[in-house]
Design a protein around this ligand. Sequence first.
Ligand SMILES: NC(=O)C1=CN([C@@H]2O[C@H](COP(=O)(O)OP(=O)(O)OC[C@H]3O[C@@H](n4cnc5c(N)ncnc54)[C@H](OP(=O)(O)O)[C@@H]3O)[C@@H](O)[C@H]2O)C=CC1
Ligand SMILES: O=C(CO)COP(=O)(O)O
Ligand SMILES: [Zn+2]
Length: 351
Amino acid sequence: MISKHSIDLPQRIIIGEDILDNIGEQVLQIFNKGKSVLILTGPNVYNKYFNKVKESLEDKGFSVSYKIAGSPTVDYALSLSEEVSKDRFDILLGLGGGRSIDLAKYIAMNLEKNFISVPTAASHDGITSPFVTLRGFDRFHSKPAKPPKLILIDVNVILSAPRRYNVAGFGDLIGKYTSVLDWRLAHKLKGEYYADYAASLALMSARHVSSYAKEIGVGSKDGIRVLLEALVSSGVAMCIAGSSRPASGSEHLFAHALEMISKNPPLHGEAVGVGTIMMSYLHGKDWKKIRNLLKTVGAPVNAKELGVSEEEIIQSLVKSVSIRPERYTILGETGLNEKAAEDLAKNTLVI
Ligand SMILES: NC(=O)C1=CN([C@@H]2O[C@H](COP(=O)(O)OP(=O)(O)OC[C@H]3O[C@@H](n4cnc5c(N)ncnc54)[C@H](OP(=O)(O)O)[C@@H]3O)[C@@H](O)[C@H]2O)C=CC1
Ligand SMILES: O=C(CO)COP(=O)(O)O
Ligand SMILES: [Zn+2]
């Protein structure tokens, strides 16, 4: 018998130019006039885009308020959720990078509000995903949430974002080469549920951006469109799988650990990219190919380029296995000791 499995997908995804100028019109096609919208955004994005979004929404009869998002920790998400629960609003709109989108997604789920995702950088695949990644005291939590009802992506906004953010999105996607290998391994060794379609979709997003690495690196319109479509598809793969398994394996465990350990953490996708080099090596795959792809787009490939110390890389590798113990990966049950971690980082030219 096939077990019951429900798949929640976004209702509408629009990728186009000048979406932000007409955001009120796009929202009106899905939601009634008169609704109130709470925008969750970061300080940089607020300065660049908030007024434009507010005016366009107000023009179409929506009322608008906003909050500036803090760090994506479990404690902060809970306290922000509690704080805004006293406000009157119908729709939560996450405007910005992965942090603002995740926090908006979390609160929308908690308070049973509608959620709209408006990314301003192609830096991560949480744009579409039905999960929120929150940092706990000594581990990470992937909390189930609802995927956004509406996703609005303005290609011109993404093109004008600092190049580093879009390059990080490439790193998040290249991670699917190892996350899918980890998932297959967990299926074979631990009998974990494995969905070939979702895995293939995630893998396809990595392959697709790999063949457009040069275009993504120079930030051409074609390259950025491919990158965005792949990020959306990877999020859909998570919707279909009902977990972040197709999109997050050992490379993500390393990235999450580095984010916790480092004094000056790199972007999520940058850390995932370097994690993918090292985990490909452990899987016996062509790690040099991953490294070359990252170099082609101009993404960091070593500790120096990530802006972290060699010791932080080693300690993050050692810590990786404890970040999410229930998720079996190439790191096995006990992970790497310091000597093995150092050898791995040296052998793959990360340190
Ligand atoms: N739920 C999921 O499935 C997933 C969640 N994630 C999560 O997403 C987060 C990482 O997202 P990421 O985007 O890398 O990091 P952030 O959200 O921290 O954004 C990085 C920086 O980019 C800035 N920024 C974004 N857009 C623009 C723009 N157009 N112009 C100028 N600056 C801009 C932000 O500004 P500002 O300070 O204004 O925000 C911020 O300073 C992590 O918390 C990660 O765990 C990642 C993948 C999947
Ligand atoms: O970052 C993600 C996928 O790219 C989400 O995965 P996590 O489950 O590791 O938070
Ligand atoms: Zn990721």
